[in-house]
Every structure is written in structure tokens, then in C-alpha cells.
Design a protein around this ligand. Structure first.
Ligand code: HPA
Length: 243
């Protein structure tokens, strides 16, 4: 059974036949919302709204540790995480779907590890390839089959937020090799790896990142892209349910 973490624009997933909701507490505190148990295209899935339902927790205040812990506790054998991102790569404009294969972490001050406090030994997880290849392939194959405009690679730059970036910050990220920029990709991916839960990202581009287009970024354009693009993401998720 796999789990979906819904981000901005995906607080609820239509097509989900809800079977129940579990309030799960963890040693790290409470997750963002109840874990929804549901059927999607005849398969059992778990669903968690990353920012709470209703959407109220900003990216830097999400309890990522509790979220991943609770999903594992609920029985998740893999996690498909959805996020809204800005596009840096010229081919990744609004409504483009990117399934990243790498990440650079620019966040700070977040609770980012389970290996903290009273632990028996220090563990350094391997994170060379931060996303699970089998899950990535599953999503990429579905995107291909459904004709959803997507990239099967990409470097996700995770920023602290909640503000958007400056033009110079995006220029630097581009030099670093980032293709997309978002605020929720880390530490989520690393925490999943620490718990050994396979994890992949489906990133929907909802605006060109700062300075990529000549215009400043408006919430209006973001909402428009979300309205259109989340339709594609939902198709992918429903398709992946056939696994
Ligand atoms: N930057 C960071 N996070 C984002 C953006 C962006 O431009 N768009 C959506 N999430």
C-alpha cells in the first residue's frame, strides 16, 4: 500500500473512496492531519494533506518528522509526494510535471532528522540518489502512457520560504544546477530515507521562478496553474494506483 502526500492545491483528492481516517500520534508530535485510508481505482491508498486540511500550515512549520513517521505507522510501503514548484529550467513552464531525480537542500532551521537526542549510535544514511527509482519509473511510465507533459529528471532546489526567492537567488540556484524550486521537498525526502520508506516526488510547476520570466510572480497565476495542472497530477496518481 502506498501513501500520497498532497501539497498545495491537493488538500483533497477526488476519486478517493474514503474508508476511514486515523488520528496517529508519533514520538515527534502530531502529523499535519488525520491519515485518510481510501481506495483509488480499486487499490488501497493512504492520503495525508501536508499543510493540513484545511490548508493552514506553512512549509517551514510542517512537522515533516511526524508526517513520515505516521505514514509508516499506518502501513505505507512507499510515498508519492506531490508539490507545487517554480520552474527554473526553460522547458519547465507552468503546468509542466517534473519527476525529480536529485535534490539540493537550501532549507535551514527545520527538524530534519530522526537521529537526534538519546540515540544508540549515529547513522549516516546514503542519500546519493534521494528518490526511489522504481517509484520514479512508475510515475514516469504513467505520464508517458497518459501523454502528460513531463520531465523524468530534474534537480529540486528546496528553499526555506515562505517568501518566494529573489532573482539573484534563482540565478545562483540555476548555476548550482537546479531545475525547479519548492519549499517542501526537504527534509521530507531525507526523513523517508532515514525510515527506509521508498519515496518519490511529483512536482507541478505553477510559475516561472523569480526572474525566469519578465514578470513578477502573482498568486493569481499560481492558482490558475494549480487548477489546471493538478488535474494532470491526479491522473498520474490514479494511474499509479494500478500498481
Ligand atoms: N519558489 C519556491 N516555491 C514555490 C514556487 C517558487 O517560485 N512556486 C511554488 N512553490
Amino acid at each position: 500500500m502506498y501513501a500520497i502526500i498532497g501539497g498545495t492545491g491537493l488538500t483533497e483528492l477526488d476519486g478517493l473512496e474514503i474508508k476511514g481516517q486515523d488520528k496517529i500520534d508519533t514520538p515527534w508530535g502530531a502529523p499535519s492531519a488525520d491519515i485518510v485510508r481510501a481506495q483509488l481505482q480499486g487499490r488501497e491508498v493512504l492520503f495525508l494533506a501536508r499543510h493540513g486540511n484545511p490548508h493552514r500550515i506553512p512549509p517551514h512549520e510542517v512537522n515533516y518528522r511526524a508526517n513520515i513517521w505516521a505514514l509508516r505507522e499506518a502501513g505505507a510501503k512507499g510515498i508519492l509526494a506531490v508539490n507545487a514548484v517554480g520552474g527554473i529550467h526553460p522547458d519547465m513552464g507552468a503546468t509542466h510535471v517534473c519527476i525529480p531525480d536529485q535534490v539540493i537542500d537550501y532549507t535551514y532551521g527545520r527538524e530534519h532528522t530522526y537521529f537526534q537526542g538519546d540515540i544508540e549510535h549515529v547513522t549516516h544514511i546514503d542519500f546519493s540518489y534521494p528518490y526511489d527509482e522504481a517509484l520514479r519509473k512508475l510515475i514516469c511510465d504513467k505520464a508517458e502512457a497518459l501523454g502528460v507533459k513531463h520531465s523524468n529528471f530534474g534537480v529540486y532546489g528546496a528553499t526555506q520560504g515562505p517568501r518566494l526567492e529573489t532573482v539573484a537567488e534563482i540565478r545562483r540556484m540555476k548555476r548550482d544546477g537546479c531545475d525547479i524550486v519548492g519549499m517542501t521537498g526537504m527534509p521530507e525526502a531525507a526523513l523517508a530515507r532515514e525510515l527506509d520508506v521508498p519515496y518519490a516526488c511529483i512536482s507541478l510547476v505553477v510559475n516561472p521562478a523569480a526572474g525566469v520570466s519578465e514578470n513578477i510572480i502573482t498568486m493569481e497565476e499560481i492558482h490558475e496553474a494549480i487548477d489546471q495542472g493538478m488535474g494532470y497530477v491526479k491522473l498520474l496518481l490514479a494511474g499509479a494506483g494500478g500498481r
